[in-house]
Write a protein that binds this ligand. Structure first.
Ligand SMILES: Nc1ncnc2c1ncn2[C@@H]1O[C@H](COP(=O)(O)OP(=O)(O)OP(=O)(O)O)[C@@H](O)[C@H]1O
Ligand SMILES: [Mg+2]
Length: 358
């Protein structure tokens, strides 16, 4: 059974609970649970015990309802049913439920994607409209400089107008580049090389100071179907963020290992719903990220830095999405941050077939 199932008798004692139920509720099965009061067994989940016991007072039982468990934060979907004896009298109740946490996460990610798409459309329209008047200002400023600037003060003013217009144009260009759909140049890409290049580029572009960077790559990692250049950008942006968070002191570790990622809504495992993946963790021992920032940090133009553009993580997410991968963050304020990028080894099978054929 893929669902959790708990059944109780009319006197509120446990009649049955399957392994999925215990696992979903993070409980250990006891050898003599059956026959004991369900309220005691589900002490950590009082709300579930109450739902089960309410079955004997209700005529209409909840069907496909949802509930967030207070103890663990998991979201479950459940259906409550009566269990009747041969004479049709209610003699017990059964609760069927399923962990919906992953489904929730996927929906949240889709909502974010929709929001970004809408934002992108607006930014593209705005940028497009602004491009022409800005170019006009630049050209007219140039003419003014040539014809009308008689005094040095005037010269400086006109030069300022031109350089401000240039700067505004650069921002517009950046926004347009960001909203343009990503085109991947897919090839057999070695993650070891990607990480190697990213460390080099981030070291040049960012400001590592005395930060120690270490990189460990599992030798068994297969090449993945990906865009070397864009994947470099993913890890460069993550590394630069780590350097900026560490302000010149601390450690950053990159680890790449073989893993799996789920393709459907089932949790990751070895089953048919999961596929081979490469998992890269970028971990720093910096200040960590506050929950309010975590919620918004993937939004374009969200930044907490005086000179940041706030596009770093938005670009990272877009590139990872384009590779059908996922990015997760684990952060503890005061201890550090770890970004996990999981990339499917898409086409691993075709790759194997090709090598067999050749
Ligand atoms: N490793 C990290 N440690 C602490 N905070 C981080 C870390 N990575 C990202 N952040 C937070 O997330 C915010 C958004 O990051 P993002 O890379 O998108 O933009 P940015 O670094 O501010 O600007 P840009 O990358 O465009 O120069 C940052 O301003 C910072 O507050
Ligand atoms: Mg950044």
């Amino acid at each position: 059974m893929r669902n959790g199932c708990i059944a109780i008798t009319r006197d509120g004692t446990l009649a049955y609970a399957n392994a999925v139920a215990y696992a979903t509720l993070d409980l250990e099965a006891g050898p003599d649970d059956v026959g004991r009061p369900v309220a005691g067994i589900l002490r950590a989940h009082g709300e579930i015990a109450r739902i089960l016991l309410s079955a004997f007072e209700l005529n209409h039982l909840p069907n496909r309802a949802e509930l967030r468990l207070r103890a663990t934060g998991k979201v479950i979907g459940y259906t409550l049913s009566h269990v009747c004896d041969e004479a049709g009298r209610v003699c017990g109740a059964a609760l069927f439920f399923k962990d919906l946490t992953r489904v929730e996460q996927i929906e949240e990610r889709e909502r974010l994607r929709d929001r970004l798409a809408a934002l992108g459309e607006m930014a593209a329209a705005l940028a497009h409209e602004l491009k022409n008047p800005l170019a006009g200002i630049e050209v007219m400023g140039g003419l003014l400089r040539r014809h009308a600037s008689t005094t040095p003060d005037m010269q400086t003013l006109v030069n300022d107008i031109i350089s401000e217009a240039k700067m505004a144009n650069a921002i517009v260009q950046e926004a347009l580049e960001f909203v343009r759909p990503i085109r991947l140049q897919v090839e057999h890409t070695s993650i070891a090389l990607v990480l190697h290049d990213a460390v080099r580029i981030a070291g040049g572009k960012g400001n590592p100071g005395e930060v120690q960077v270490s990189c460990s790559v599992d030798q068994r990692i297969p090449p993945i179907h990906g865009d070397h250049h864009q994947l470099c950008q993913v890890f460069t942006n993550l590394l630069i963020n780590a350097f900026e968070a560490l302000e010149g002191k601390g450690r950053v570790t990159l680890t790449a290992s073989v893993g799996r990622m789920d393709t459907g809504t089932a949790p990751a495992g070895d089953g048919p719903d999961s596929q081979a993946a490469v998992v890269v963790d970028v971990t720093d021992d910096g200040p960590g990220i506050r929950p309010a920032v975590v919620e918004r940090m993937f939004n374009p133009f969200f930044t907490t830095k005086p000179r940041g553009s706030g596009l770093g993580l938005a670009i990272v997410r877009r590139i990872v999405d384009a590779h059908d991968g996922r990015i997760d963050v684990d952060t503890v304020p005061g201890q550090g941050t770890s970004f996990r990028v999981t990339l499917p080894v898409v086409g691993a099978r075709e790759w194997a077939d090709e090598t067999v054929r050749s």
